[in-house]
Write a protein that binds this ligand. Structure first.
Ligand code: SAH
Ligand code: SF4
Ligand code: F3S
Length: 452
């Protein structure tokens, strides 16, 4: 008998991408074959995100579409944060869904799917504070960089955010387990690792902090680039910053969510830092790592945000000079403390949209100006994948700039010294100037389902 097939579609953050890799790995170990199209798959899983209403609406629409790809006997399951948030109501909303499983429930996935294939409709949304899926062998899609979860859940309680409710309390993996996984990915031919956690720099396994973790990962032979996402400004201790500066593999890029430039709004968001505190964090990082590039997340239209508050956000964005920013309109999430804010404080959608447009223009304008100045400079680029369009290959500098390269004499997985020859304002085109000792070339990866 041929093996049952499974297709997983992934939405949301890198943590979800990593979870999908774990699910694929576990199901492969239980006899499933992974396929890259939903057409006729025996199992279709949608790994979902609940961060904004828009993200959920997209998934609901997609669940309807995917129904058309189901054959007789196909089991459709919903995993991830939206599954955790909605639980059994998802089974009512979508009659063709027979399994709802939250982020801590993937260990039971093979049994749950077996039940679903024999006609059961089940919800599995208990939290398990011990669960790190240590014994799972993830099936990775990226052949160049490896997502390494080091922490699950979140203990902050930002008033807008659903994550603490969908992912539960913060817990860190043991340092030894992280190091063992890093050693494995190096043996598998990868040289870049991205350490993942909702507030990754608050990592604490009871014995080791994030600084110690960075140093331990840096000691693994064969690791050439270390990144991490997302850190919280309050958790950049001097020890963490020193480790970043001293471990040569730690790349010169930090994604440092700002959310707002107004201390008044930050306080209502319960971000636990002020405008000055955030600025100070940036200054400490830049003092230790002068060539550091920063990216950020910003929310506009948080309840109570005035024009003056928003101007403070614009001015801080300009002052800091981000390489890029993910910008969002506030979306009210059920069950978050923001629900208790006064209705008259809610910002009208037109106002929020206008602020969003202005913010995006400022971010793009600043990035464009800085990027134009970089033309002609040389950088080490790791070639990551085929570009979405055309023949070009796509890579990244250590400080996270995207560079398109002509494919001649260049292969995925290799490091090259590249001169930046052109820019769209946000991404670059480049030309290889000198070969850095070549690494083993890797085949073009079978593309995983897109995240976001
Ligand atoms: N743990 C990360 C953020 C994870 S969510 C951190 O604390 O930095 C990714 C981003 O989504 C957040 O940084 C925030 O900018 C945005 N976001 C979260 N909840 C949101 C909401 N309710 N409405 C709009 N944007 C939101
Ligand atoms: Fe959400 Fe705040 Fe936790 Fe980030 S730190 S996941 S924004 S609650
Ligand atoms: Fe990630 Fe979305 Fe959950 S951002 S943690 S998948 S709510």
């Amino acid at each position: 008998m041929s093996r049952p097939t499974v297709y997983i579609e992934t939405y949301g953050c890198q943590m979800n991408v990593s979870d999908s890799e774990l699910m694929y790995g576990s199901l492969a170990a239980h006899g499933y074959e992974a396929v890259d199209t939903p057409d006729g798959a025996d199992v279709i899983l949608v790994n979902t995100c609940a961060i904004r209403d828009h993200a959920e609406q997209r998934v609901l629409g997609r669940l309807g579409e995917l129904r058309r790809h189901m054959k007789k006997g196909t089991v459709m399951g919903v995993a991830g944060c939206m599954a955790q948030r909605l639980g059994p109501t998802l089974l009512e909303k979508a009659r063709h869904v027979s399994l709802v499983v939250g982020p801590d429930g993937y260990r039971a996935l093979p049994q749950l799917l077996e039940g679903a294939r024999s006609g059961e409709r089940t919800t599995a949304t208990s939290f398990d504070l011990e669960e790190h899926y240590e014994d799972f062998a993830p099936r990775r899609f990226d052949k160049v960089k490896a997502w390494i979860p080091v922490q699950r859940g979140c203990d902050y309680r930002c008033t807008y955010c659903i994550v603490p409710y969908t992912r539960g309390a913060e817990r860190s993996r043991r340092l030894d387990d992280v190091v063992r996984e890093v050693e494995q990915v190096v043996r598998d031919g990868m040289s870049e690792v991205v350490l993942l956690g909702q507030t990754v720099n608050s990592y604490d396994d009871g014995t080791h902090d994030f600084a110690t973790l960075l140093r331990a990962v840096g000691r693994v032979d064969g690791v050439r680039r270390i990144r991490f996402t997302s850190p919280h400004p309050n958790d950049f201790s001097d020890a963490v910053i020193a480790a970043m500066a001293e471990v040569p593999q730690v790349c010169e890029h930090v994604h440092l969510p700002m959310q707002s430039g107004s201390s008044r709004v930050l306080k209502r968001m319960l971000r636990r830092y002020t405008r000055e505190g955030y600025r100070d964090c940036v200054a400490r990082l830049r003092a230790a790592i002068p060539s550091l590039n920063l990216t950020t997340d910003v929310i506009v239209g948080f309840p109570g945000e005035t024009d003056a508050d928003f101007e403070e956000t614009l001015s801080l964005v300009q002052e800091i000079g981000y390489e890029d920013a993910y910008t969002f309109k506030f979306s009210l999430r059920e069950g978050t403390p923001a629900e208790r804010m006064r209705p008259e404080e809610f910002v009208a959608d037109e106002v929020a949209s206008e602020r969003l447009d202005r913010l995006i223009a400022v971010v793009r304008g600043g990035a464009r100006e800085r990027n134009l100045r970089l033309l002609g400079t040389r950088h080490e680029v790791l070639v990551e994948k085929a570009a979405r369009r055309g023949e070009m290959l796509q890579g990244r500098t250590r400080d996270f700039k995207t560079v398109m390269l002509p494919p001649d004499g260049v292969a995925i997985g290799e490091y090259h010294t590249v001169e930046l020859t052109g820019t769209t304002g946000s991404t670059f085109t480049g030309a290889v100037v000198r070969d850095v000792p070549a690494r083993r070339p890797l085949p073009v990866a079978g593309a995983p389902a897109p995240a976001r």
